[in-house]
Structures are given as C-alpha cells and as structure tokens.
Design a protein around this ligand. Structure first.
Ligand code: FES
Length: 120
C-alpha cells in the first residue's frame, strides 16, 4: 500500500520535496536541500527557524502550546517554527534569507546606490 506524501515547496529557492505527514518543516527543508540555519536543533531555544507560510493554516498541523507561547501574535502573520510545524498537506513555506547572502546583497545595493549618486 503506497504511503501518502505531502508536497512542500520552499521559497525563494523554489525547491520542492514530498514528505510523510507528521514530518517537521525543518526536516522537510533538509530533505529538499534548503538550508535553514539553527542553533538549538529543534528545542525552541534559538527561534532562528522561523518560516512564513503562504496561508497560516494550510498544510501544517496547528501549533502546540510551546510554539504558541514563543511566537505569540506572529502566528497570525503565518509565521511558524520550522522545527515544530508538522506537515499534514500541501505547504508553501518562505524561508529566511541566509545571513551571509543578506550581508552581500545589502553591500551590493549600497555600492550600486553610491555609484548612481556619483553619476547623477
Ligand atoms: S531550531 Fe531552534 S527554535 Fe527551531
């Protein structure tokens, strides 16, 4: 008998994976080759694994008390902890930008702005 699989799409990478129901988004991300940097490995200590869902209730089980306490009103904006949110259907999750890539992007934007100022 085939096992049901749930499709999870990670943005902005555009990587997709099919996982068993009950798999955390963090485990799904790792299966898809999407890097979500964390420090606590799922103990709800670092809060670095926040992802944004395309719809706050789509494709994941409701948050348990611990996650509710940690995220508070951010839950209403579709933010979940990838280490806690368990897949139960189709999900699209936006992952945080890698800190190094963000630093490079900001430097490039700053340099581009300075260059445009010079020629104006
Ligand atoms: S991995 Fe640290 S809070 Fe999720």
């Amino acid at each position: 008998m085939p096992t049901e699989r749930c499709r999870v799409l990670f943005l902005p990478d555009g990587k997709e994976v099919r996982v068993r129901p009950g798999t955390t988004l963090l485990a799904a991300a790792r299966s898809a080759g999407v890097r979500i940097p964390v420090r606590c490995e799922g103990k709800m200590g670092c809060l670095m694994c926040k992802v944004t869902l395309n719809s706050s209730e789509a494709g994941v089980l409701p948050p348990e008390e611990g996650e509710r306490r940690k995220l508070g009103p951010a839950l209403d904006r579709g933010i979940r902890l990838a280490c806690q949110a368990k897949v139960c259907g189709e999900v699209t999750a936006e992952t945080p930008e890698d800190p190094l890539k963000r630093a490079v992007r900001l430097q490039l934007e700053k340099a581009k702005g300075a260059k445009e100022d010079f020629w104006d």
